[in-house]
Design a protein around this ligand. Structure first.
Ligand code: EPZ
Length: 420
C-alpha cells in the first residue's frame, strides 16, 4: 500500500485552491439517472470515491467521459439495474442510485453499500423511506432487491437526520406524481446544492436547507450542467492545518459561510483569520497562544461538521488546557485518537462519543496506518507538527477524499515523500 513520509515540524506558506465538494459530486452521479440524455458535471473532485461511482454508472450502461474536473454522463443507454457488491461495497453512495433506477424500470438489485469505517453505517433510513414510497425491499443476504410497480408520494419523518437518506428520497420524489414532504431532513449545503440543480432541470423542490422539504412530482427532468460547490470540508481542513502549523495560508475558491461553525470556534480560541466572498485566510501563530474553547460538539449543519472533528482534535492537542470533544453523529469516529496518543498526545477516550484532550503535548513522528479519510488527514496534520519522521500507510483512505493531496501540500511548502 502507498505511503506518505513526512518529517516535522514544518511551517507552510502560500495559497491553496479548494476542490469541488466530494459530498456534492457523489450525489450528482445518481441524480444523472433521473434524466435521459447527457449531463455535464463541472468542478468534480478527482478522487477515488468519484471514480467508483463513475464505474458503477458505466456498469449500469451509462456513457461516461472524464476530462480533468469535467465529467459527462449519458444515461440514454442505461440497460442494467444491478449494482455488483464489488462496487457497491466501495461506495456508500451506491444506495442513492436505487430510487432513480426504480423510476426507470421496476426492479433493482444492489450489493451491501460500503463507506468509511466510522460506525455501523446502517441503511435502515433508506429502506424505511423506500417503503414509504411503496417500494418492496428484500434482503437476500448478499444483496438487496427493490421492486416497485408504482411509486407513491409520501410524507416521511426521518427518525434522525441523515444527509444521504435526505438526498436520496428528495431526488427520487422529483418524478413521483403528487406531493412528497420530508420532515427532519438534513440541511447541509450539499443538500441545498442538489435541490437547486434539480430545480434547474425542472424539478419542483422547496424548503431544501431547512428541515422540511416539499417535492411536487413532475413528468420528466431535462439534463442541465451542474457545477459543484466548493468542498467545505477541505476548506475547514486547510484552515485547521494553517492554525496547527502556525502558517499563513490563503484558501481560495472557498465559501466561508459553509464553515461558520469552525470560524466561531476559531474566534473562541483566538485563531486569527480574514475572509472574503470566496476566500479565507488563516494567519496561524504559536499554538500555545491559543485558548481552549472548553468543548467542541459535532452537530448536523450548520453545527460543527463531524468530518472536521479529527483534524480539529489534532489542533486541540497543541493548545493549553483541557478540551472536551463530543462526537454526536458517529459512534466510531473517535478511535483514531489512539494513533494521536501513540504520537505523544494526551487524549482520554471517555466513551465512544466523548474524549478529553489535554494540551499542549509535543508530538513525535511514528509509523501510522490511515483508518479513514478524515482520521487520515488528521494524521497528516499531526505529522506536519510532530518532531521527526512519520510514515503514513494506507493513504488510499486519504486520497479517497482529497484530490492530488501530495501535490497541493507541496505547493504550500510541505515536504512530503511518497512511497508506492
Ligand atoms: C454523509 O454521510 C457524508 N457522506 C459524511 O461524510 C458525513 O460525515 C455525514 O453525512 C454526516 O454529516 C456523504 O455525503 C457521501 P448520515 P451519511 O446518514 O449520509 C446514522 C466524509 O468523510 N444512519 O447523515 O452516510 C449514521 O450511522 C463522509 O466525507 C443510520 O443509522 O451520514 C450516523 O450515525 C464520512 N441509518 C447518522 O445517522 C441510516 O440509514 C448520520 O449519518 C443512515 C444513517
Amino acid at each position: 500500500m502507498s505511503k506518505f513520509v513526512i518529517s516535522g515540524p514544518q511551517k507552510l506558506q502560500g495559497e491553496i485552491t479548494v476542490a469541488g465538494a466530494k459530498n456534492a459530486g457523489l450525489k450528482a452521479i445518481p441524480a444523472a439517472f433521473l434524466m435521459n440524455g447527457k449531463v455535464e458535471l463541472r468542478n468534480m473532485p478527482q478522487i477515488q470515491d468519484v471514480e467508483v461511482m463513475l464505474q458503477i454508472a458505466q456498469e449500469l450502461g451509462a456513457q461516461v467521459v472524464k476530462q480533468g474536473d469535467q465529467v459527462s454522463i449519458d444515461t440514454s443507454g442505461v440497460k442494467s439495474s444491478h449494482i455488483s457488491s464489488a462496487l457497491s461495497g466501495k461506495a456508500r453512495t451506491s444506495i442513492m442510485l436505487v430510487g432513480p433506477l426504480l423510476l426507470r424500470g421496476g426492479e433493482v438489485t444492489i450489493g451491501h453499500p460500503g463507506g468509511c469505517a466510522i460506525g455501523r453505517r446502517p441503511i435502515d433510513q433508506f429502506l424505511e423511506g423506500f417503503r414509504a414510497f411503496g417500494i418492496a425491499v428484500k434482503d437476500e443476504g448478499d444483496q438487496y432487491r427493490f421492486r416497485a410497480d408504482k411509486l407513491r408520494a409520501a410524507t416521511y419523518f426521518f427518525p434522525f437526520v441523515s444527509v444521504t437518506a435526505t438526498e436520496t428520497l428528495m431526488m427520487t420524489a422529483t418524478l413521483i406524481p403528487g406531493t412528497t414532504v420530508l420532515k427532519n431532513s438534513a440541511c447541509e449545503p450539499e443538500v441545498q446544492a442538489l435541490a437547486n440543480y434539480l430545480n434547474q432541470c425542472g424539478a419542483k423542490i422547496s424548503g431544501a436547507g431547512t428541515s422540511t422539504i416539499s417535492i411536487e412530482g413532475v413528468q420528466k427532468l431535462a439534463p442541465m450542467e451542474y457545477a459543484m460547490i466548493p468542498d467545505r470540508l477541505e476548506t475547514g481542513m486547510f484552515a485547521i492545518l494553517a492554525a496547527a502549523t502556525g502558517s499563513d495560508l490563503m484558501i481560495k475558491r472557498a465559501n466561508p459561510e459553509h464553515v461558520e461553525s469552525l470560524l466561531a470556534i476559531f474566534e473562541h480560541m483566538g485563531v486569527k483569520y480574514e475572509r472574503g466572498q470566496d476566500w479565507l485566510r488563516v494567519i496561524g501563530t504559536d499554538t500555545t497562544r491559543y485558548r481552549s474553547p472548553g468543548k467542541v460538539i459535532t452537530h448536523e449543519y450548520p453545527g460543527l461538521a463531524t468530518d472536521l472533528q479529527p483534524p480539529l482534535t489534532v489542533l486541540l492537542t497543541q493548545i493549553p488546557g483541557t478540551t472536551l470533544v463530543h462526537e454526536t453523529i458517529f459512534e466510531g469516529r473517535l478511535f483514531y485518537i489512539d494513533l494521536l496518543n501513540r504520537m505523544g498526545a494526551n487524549i482520554i477516550l471517555c466513551d465512544p462519543h466523548r474524549a478529553l484532550v489535554q494540551g499542549p503535548t509535543p508530538l513525535r513522528g511514528k509509523n501510522i496506518e490511515s483508518p479513514d479519510i478524515r482520521a487520515g488527514i488528521a494524521v497528516v496534520i499531526a505529522a506536519l507538527i510532530a518532531q521527526g519522521e512519520t510514515v503514513i500507510d494506507n493513504i488510499y483512505q486519504i486520497e479517497r477524499g482529497f484530490e492530488r493531496l501530495e501535490e497541493r501540500l507541496k505547493a504550500i511548502g510541505a515536504t512530503v515523500g511518497y512511497v508506492n
